[in-house]
Design a protein around this ligand. Structure first.
Ligand code: SF4
Length: 292
């Protein structure tokens, strides 16, 4: 996931119903250890079938994670290790809270009118939503069956996990393009860029709307060449890209990295100056994109 802090006054996040507390590494393991072998293998089967998922939290948000008021669900587990990740407590699937898809679908149902009135819906974020494809597919199909707008927020790295049937139940993809060149992508995420491009190509071929997202980190992702390359990649997807979001890096995740005992490498990085944000947005704008 990528995220930017949006003051509550401008919408932003507003937890207004009970969500599992954010878990630190190890905090969710106690319950698992109490399970018998049979219970543990039953749980694995239910997770494989997507009846049960591993969740970090969920919340109601406005003006982030897609249009309107949304129920954003953060799934645990991510194959990337973005240096600027704000949610390192979602890295591992085992650290999440086990939640049934039906339980989340019941909650969605309660908010149907809010979604309809605000032009909102649900967004599956993370972590990486495509780490739990069967669970995500169940939530997306269930939401669609209720007439709820659906969105996933993904790096696309595990795009191969998304079946065509799953894509048919997705209205919008927030696709993070974390860098335009291989080398920087690897430095930022620890993984390769190609799967993201392939996933975007697939979405474009199917005509699924994309909001492309790019996190601007001074000294890491901000070179004009890198930004031009990001723009070139996004251009491949043509008219399905209805907006590009340039998200200025900020230091909000530091405490979580420290609490988890992980090595946070961007401690000295600074948020980009407004001029840099503007000149970066201008690169996308000059190619005809609607930029936020
Ligand atoms: S893709 Fe994974 S590592 Fe990167 S920012 Fe999102 S959750 Fe964090």
């Amino acid at each position: 996931m990528t995220e930017t802090m949006i003051p509550a006054a401008l919408g932003g996040r507003d937890q207004d119903f009970l969500a599992p507390a954010a878990r630190l590494r190890g905090a969710g393991i106690g319950g698992l250890e109490e399970l018998t072998d049979i219970q543990r293998s039953e749980r694995l089967v239910r997770m494989r079938e997507g009846i049960l998922g591993s969740i970090h939290s969920w919340e109601l948000v406005t003006a982030v994670d897609g249009p309107g008021t949304r129920m954003t669900i953060f799934l645990n587990g991510c194959p990337l290790r973005c240096l600027y990740c704000h949610n390192p407590d979602t890295f591992l699937m085992k650290d999440g809270e086990p939640v049934e898809a039906n339980e989340l679908l019941r909650r969605m149902k309660r908010y149907r009118n809010v979604f309809r009135a605000s032009g909102g819906g649900i967004t599956l974020s993370g972590g990486e939503v495509l780490m739990q494809p069967a669970f995500a597919a169940r939530l997306l199909a269930g939401a669609k069956a209720m007439g709820v707008h659906t969105c996933i927020d993904t790096s696309g790295y595990l795009g191969r996990n998304a079946t065509d049937e799953m894509l048919n139940n997705i209205d919008l993809v927030l696709l993070d393009v974390k860098s335009g060149d291989e080398e920087t992508y690897k430095r930022v995420t620890g993984r390769e860029l190609a799967p993201t491009i392939a996933f975007g190509d697939r979405l474009a071929a199917k005509g699924i709307e994309i909001w492309a997202r790019f996190v601007l980190v001074p000294g890491l992702t901000d070179s004009p060449e890198n930004v031009e390359n990001v723009a070139r990649i996004i251009e491949r997807w043509g008219s399905v890209v209805s907006r590009v979001e340039v998200l200025p890096f900020h230091q909000m995740g530091t405490d979580k990295w420290d609490a988890l005992g992980l090595d946070y490498k961007l401690r000295d990085a600074r948020p980009p100056e407004p001029e840099l944000v503007e000149s970066t947005r201008a690169i996308f704008r000059s190619r005809g994109f609607t930029v936020h």
